[in-house]
Design a protein around this ligand. Structure first.
Ligand code: FES
Length: 163
């Protein structure tokens, strides 16, 4: 066998080994880079889920709906039970997160027409604004939309502090 054909073969094997090494490195590094460089908000995606029937929802009379939502965090999928207080305000339907914006206690609807948090007595109107108490901001809202008498919700958005 001539020396030039041995050199050619050696070059071919070296190129093949380096190419394979580069391919394996890229396959191992790419997921780590995606995890490290993408902001958490892009990784924690929540899809639209049907929260329930709102056909019989009366104006300014909240209804508590329970639904399951799948949360995607990187490659991990988890299914969680969630609740929302849903209120019809004229032509608009709003879905509030179930926790008080003070320290996160569960609040409830009072027949006199307001949401009351029993922990430190924050009171919210049917539209979620703070009426009294230490709560620093209105109730948080789910992104929501209605379709054929059903309410669909997505991520819970934090409300802006009351100025
Ligand atoms: S947690 Fe609701 S008022 Fe404090």
């Amino acid at each position: 066998m001539s020396e030039s054909s041995q050199t050619g073969r050696r070059r071919f094997y070296l190129s093949f080994i380096y190419g394979l090494w580069a391919l394996l490195s890229a396959a191992l590094t790419a997921p780590a880079l995606v995890y490290l460089l993408l902001p958490p908000k892009l990784r924690n995606r929540e899809d639209w889920v049907e929260a329930g029937d709102i056909d019989k929802l009366a104006d300014h009379v909240p209804l508590e709906l329970t639904f399951r939502q799948t949360r995607r965090d990187g490659w991990k999928l988890s299914s969680e039970q969630r609740t929302a207080w849903v209120v019809k305000l004229g032509s608009q339907v709003v879905a509030f997160g179930p926790q008080c914006t003070h320290l996160g206690c569960a609040y409830h609807w009072e027949p006199k027409g307001e949401f009351l948090c029993p922990c430190h007595s924050s009171v919210f109107g049917p539209d979620g604004r703070v009426i009294s108490g230490p709560a620093p901001r209105p109730l948080d809202r789910y992104e929501s939309r209605t379709e054929n008498g059903k309410l669909w919700v997505r991520a819970l958005k934090e409300s802006e502090p009351t100025s």
